[in-house]
Design a binder for this molecule. Structure first.
Ligand SMILES: O=C([O-])CC(=O)C(=O)O
Ligand SMILES: [Mg+2]
Length: 220
């Protein structure tokens, strides 16, 4: 049955944000990580969402906040162990997303063998664009995503470079974590991640589809 709830403001639903790491070989390599043979997964809480008009806040405990531009997939129909050949039917649409990462804290977590929660899940760590209906992206496996800091191009990639495809990810994730309507999957970032400072302006887009703008700030 079709849902009567409006996914245009999916970030208000309070559902899961499931992130895929190291899904582009060029980014895995730039951080000197091995190219994975299985998806690397982590989570952000819904309190991580921030939309245009509000600032991205540098966590007080970090001095190296990185941007990671990623294509986000918004789930329209939930499911468990969704077969790859049915995966596209479970998508309601897309959003451009930033996986903001406290890289210094992540490095420390890696060294100590600790989870990435403090590096990835803080308030405002998931800026999102407006909701993009499924029809607007004919092939999510072939769109160009980009990000500029203060008008300087830092990241540019194509989702065709993903190691694990969107149908594969939906199938893989849903075998472990049941997907629900309103969930968001962040599909990983291409190379070019770099540091941002308070007062920087981030601009990002999916070529021909959407663009968005965020300012970076630091709590007093
Ligand atoms: O922190 C990382 O490098 C892993 C990650 O999120 C990504 O590859 O998008
Ligand atoms: Mg990421």
């Amino acid at each position: 049955m079709a849902s009567t709830r409006n996914l245009n403001r999916f970030w208000e639903w309070g559902r899961k944000i499931i992130c895929v790491g190291r899904n582009y070989a060029d980014h895995a390599k730039e951080l000197k990580n091995a190219v994975p043979t299985e998806p690397v997964l982590f989570l952000k809480p819904p309190s991580a969402y921030v939309t245009e008009g509000s600032a991205i806040m540098v966590p007080f405990y970090s001095h190296n906040l990185h941007h990671e531009v990623e294509l986000g997939v918004v789930i329209g129909k939930g499911g468990t162990a969704i077969p790859q050949n049915a995966a596209m039917d479970h998508i309601a649409g897309y959003a451009l997303c930033l996986d903001m990462t406290a890289r210094d804290v992540q490095d420390e977590c890696k060294t100590k063998g600790l989870p990435w929660t403090l590096a990835k899940a803080f308030n405002t760590s998931c800026p999102v664009s407006e909701f993009i209906t499924k029809e607007k992206i004919a092939d999510p496996g072939n769109v160009k995503i980009w990000l500029k800091v203060n008008d300087q191009l830092r990241q540019e990639g194509n989702t065709s470079q993903m190691i694990f495809s969107i149908p594969f990810l939906i199938s893989y994730i849903s075998e472990i974590i049941t997907l629900e309507e309103g969930d968001l999957i962040l599909t990983g970032t291409p190379k070019g991640v770099s540091s941002v400072q308070e007062h920087d302006e981030l601009q990002a887009g999916i070529e021909g589809i959407v663009s968005m703008k965020f300012r970076v700030d630091r709590p007093e």
